[in-house]
Every structure is written in structure tokens, then in C-alpha cells.
Design a protein around this ligand. Structure first.
Ligand code: AMP
Ligand code: ZN
Ligand code: FE
Ligand code: FE
Length: 283
């Protein structure tokens, strides 16, 4: 019996959410969730604090991650659930991504500093210190009064066509799927249809991900287009993939609210059945 909504995609201040893992868990309890997954970008550093905070609340916590990956020239986000966090390949690859994120952010800030009132120290002051990204640059620009909000920064100077954007290194999405699956986890493509009808990985390329162990598609997400969601449901039926829905909550960093999209208990059961890394925790 589930006691409330299931939300499988949230961020804490370990990456670019504005709430600590403890505050995130409190928000999930207040929102009446049955189950929450903590899925920080490229890091599992929030897992332990989240589990401690959830003790005694009855909330079920799914330990997850959102891996930054690439497919051709595109950036692809891959959710991974209930994998072994000590897996050496995951440790090595996520450390590499975090290092290059740091390097990339520093290079972006050097370019921005030529035109705006911003320093690298401003950005470090906004980061929780684990996974750095454009949101922390945005928060530094807000603190300096250059832009009114984080979202306004993303729509202008931090946009990938805004003139200051630089990419960072990341594994291919195929390697990402292999990595999560081999560590006993369930890989799920995050918000895979944000640009019209076509999925970010479609056709034969998606077939290859399925062969490598892809378990699901995040269909319910505010950034997937309506035509895109229809396409994703076709693909999920074709490849027998689990369909999830989630908020992608970032605290005050994004308008997304907990449980604005949810996953069914049956889908969660299928997802868990595909794993052998770590167990969901409810205490
Ligand atoms: P990056 O990975 O460093 O290129 O930054 C992109 C990330 O910023 C994505 O994971 C988004 O979820 C995140 N993000 C956080 N807050 C916002 C926002 N207000 N608008 C757009 N993206 C945001
Ligand atoms: Zn994010
Ligand atoms: Fe994402
Ligand atoms: Fe996310």
C-alpha cells in the first residue's frame, strides 16, 4: 500500500537544488509523498544525510543520481536508481565529470567576468561544493544584481546560445546506461523529449540503450512536450520500458514543485525489480 505520491527526481544542495538533503526530505514529508528519490547531478554525496533525515518519518527513499551524458553533440541526462555507489567505474566517471564541470564553470566565469560584475569566488560561495554547474553561476549573477532570478539567467546570458556557454566532458549515454546497469541499478532516460516530437535518443539508438540495460523513460516531466510525451509512450510500448513521472524539484532554484508529476506504484515496483545494487529504504 502506498500512502501518497511517488516522485523519483529531485535535487539537493549537493548539486544544484537550494535545500540540503535534510531540508529536501522534510519538504517531501510535508508534501505527503510516499516515496522520494534523491537524484543529484553526478553525485551520491547526499544519500546518507537523506536517509538519516528520513528515519522515523515513514517516507520511502530511493537512492539515485542524474548522470550527465552525451549523445552525438547533445547533452543527455540519465537517471540511475539503486545502484552500488562503491562501483569503481561509477566512482571514477562521476569524479571525472565533476572535475570537468569545475574546470568548465571556471572558464565560463572567466568569459563572463569580461562583461559582468562576477568573480570565481562569488560562484564558489553559491555551491554546496560537490557538483558545480550553471545554476551556481546564475545564483552568483543574481547575488550581484546582474539578473533578477536564476531562471532569467538561464534564459539570457547562461543560455547555450547566450555567448558564454561552454560544454563539459561526460560519458556517452550508452556508457552511462552500461555503468548503472552493471552496478545493479536501473537506468531511466530523464526528460527525453523536450524539443518537439522526437526523443533525444530515438529509433535504433534507443534500441541499443535497451540492449545495454535501459529500464525506463521519464515521460511525466514539465519540460517534455505534449507530442514528445506521446512519442515516448509509443517507444515505451515498443521496447517494454517502464514509464515514470517526476517533478525534478530544485527547491527555490526552479518553479518545479514536488509531486507535480508522479510515478505509479506498479511502475516503481517494476523499476525496483530490475535492480540488485542497494535496497529502497523506509524506516
Ligand atoms: P549545467 O548542467 O551546468 O549545464 O546546468 C544545467 C542544469 O541547470 C540542468 O540540470 C537544470 O536542471 C538546472 N537548472 C537549475 N535551475 C534552473 C533554472 N531555473 N532554469 C533552467 N535550468 C535550471
Ligand atoms: Zn539540476
Ligand atoms: Fe536534467
Ligand atoms: Fe534534474
Amino acid at each position: 500500500m502506498t500512502r501518497g505520491p511517488i516522485d523519483l527526481h529531485t535535487h539537493s544542495s549537493v548539486s544544484d537544488g537550494t535545500e540540503t538533503p535534510t531540508q529536501l526530505i522534510r519538504a517531501a514529508v510535508e508534501a505527503g509523498l510516499d516515496t522520494v528519490a534523491i537524484t543529484d547531478h553526478d553525485s551520491t554525496a547526499g544519500w546518507d544525510e537523506a536517509l538519516t533525515a528520513a528515519a522515523g518519518t515513514g517516507l520511502q527513499v530511493i537512492r539515485g543520481i542524474e548522470l550527465s551524458t552525451r549523445h552525438e553533440w547533445r547533452s543527455v541526462h540519465l537517471l540511475g536508481y539503486l545502484f552500488d555507489p562503491h562501483d569503481p567505474v561509477i566512482l571514477r566517471e562521476t569524479a571525472r565529470t565533476r572535475d570537468d564541470r569545475l574546470n568548465r564553470a571556471e572558464r565560463m566565469v572567466a568569459r563572463l567576468a569580461e562583461d559582468f560584475d562576477i568573480t570565481w569566488d562569488d560562484v564558489l560561495a553559491q555551491s554546496g561544493g560537490t557538483t558545480i554547474g550553471r545554476p551556481h553561476i546564475a545564483d552568483a549573477l543574481v547575488a550581484r544584481g546582474v539578473v533578477p532570478t536564476r531562471s532569467a539567467a538561464f534564459e539570457s546570458i547562461l543560455h547555450f546560445r547566450g555567448g558564454y556557454y561552454l560544454p563539459h566532458e561526460a560519458p556517452t549515454v550508452l556508457d552511462g546506461v552500461r555503468m548503472i546497469a552493471e552496478a545493479g541499478g536501473a537506468p531511466v532516460l530523464a526528460h527525453p523529449a523536450t524539443r518537439g516530437r522526437e526523443a533525444v535518443v530515438d529509433g535504433a539508438d534507443l534500441g541499443r540503450l535497451v540492449d545495454a540495460g535501459l529500464v525506463g523513460l521519464e515521460v511525466g516531466h514539465r519540460e517534455n512536450t505534449p507530442e514528445g510525451q506521446a512519442r515516448l509512450l509509443e517507444l515505451a510500448a515498443q521496447y517494454n520500458l517502464v514509464v515514470t513521472g517526476s517533478s525534478d524539484y530544485h527547491g527555490e532554484g526552479k518553479p518545479n514543485r514536488l509531486a507535480e508529476n508522479t510515478t505509479t506504484p506498479d511502475a516503481l515496483e517494476r523499476l525496483i525489480a530490475a535492480t540488485r545494487g542497494v535496497e529502497p529504504v523506509r524506516v
